[in-house]
Design a protein around this ligand. Structure first.
Ligand code: SAM
Length: 255
């Protein structure tokens, strides 16, 4: 899968992604990350990419033209809105605090694409007209404001890449991780068996796979109920787990 990132700070994205699991996947040619410096498409002699906002107000706004030129150079598409060609347009994600909040389902969906383009804003944001022209998806990584779209694009690329076949090894499989089955992950333990007087739960040492699976499912439910109870409204539980959840609810709310 190919990720393209339109940014004013390409080195930040390159340095941040070329390590660990993603670095290995890039070296193996399973994914690639191509950064493009929007400033290279400024026609201003001082390479300016921003200007004052119409109507006044604080800060600067990234101008439409350098971003559009950058998009054109990347895709070869000059009028995306009016494209009559049957060729599917590459999705362009604008990272913005007012977008749809990113989650695992969206990561799985984006991972079906062969190519994705990210547009990182900076300053007060981006001239609305170029967004209307090229953007297909508006995505936020949470209800807070960051200085630029670089970190959000890296967060998204990491989460999406993990869903691309071959990026995780069997041992690292994402199947049992938080959100994959709609629940948070159960507690994990490693050696030693006893640490600071606390023992690893007996069942995990038993070698009894069915009991371990049941224990893990119940602890996942406990944790989800405690930290993200709203997720329980959407989750699909099997018969045994539903029974456990019903009992748990009865205990906390006997009425
Ligand atoms: N004035 C904008 C607003 O109030 O919505 C915030 C601009 S922010 C300082 C600069 C850039 O950082 C944005 O254009 C966007 O690309 C990125 N950004 C900041 N917070 C983000 C978030 N929570 N999710 C995704 N992108 C974000």
């Amino acid at each position: 899968m190919k990720f393209h990132v339109m940014t004013l700070f390409p080195e930040m994205v390159e340095q941040g992604l070329h390590t660990s699991i993603l670095g290995r996947a890039m070296d193996a040619g399973i994914i690639s990350v191509n950064t493009v410096n929007i400033r290279d498409y400024s026609e201003d002699k001082h390479r300016h990419v921003d200007d004052y906002p119409y109507g006044g107000g604080a800060g600067m706004v990234m101008a439409a033209e350098p971003i559009f030129k950058c998009y054109e150079a990347l895709t070869g598409v000059s009028s995306p809105k009016n494209a009559s060609s049957p060729v599917k347009r590459t999705r362009v994600v604008y990272l913005t605090p007012w977008g749809k909040v990113f989650n695992q389902e969206m990561a799985k969906d984006f991972a079906k694409e062969e190519e994705l383009i990210f547009l990182c804003g900076h300053y007060e944001g981006v001239d609305e007209r170029v967004l209307e022209e090229i953007v297909t998806d508006y995505v936020s990584i949470g209800d807070y404001v960051l200085s630029g779209g670089e970190l959000p694009s890296m967060v998204m690329i990491d989460a999406i890449a993990r869903m691309v076949p071959g990026v995780l090894t069997n041992e690292e499989s994402g199947e049992t991780e938080s959100f994959m089955n709609g629940l948070l992950e159960y507690p994990q333990y490693t050696r030693p068996e006893e640490w600071h007087g606390q023992k690893v739960p007996e069942v995990l040492l038993s070698g009894h796979h069915a009991k371990i699976a049941e224990w893990r499912m119940q602890r996942s439910i406990d944790r989800t109920v405690q930290y993200r109870p709203e997720l329980m409204d959407e989750v699909e539980l099997d018969k045994k787990s539903s029974k456990y959840y019903r009992e748990l609810k009865k205990q906390s709310d006997p009425e």
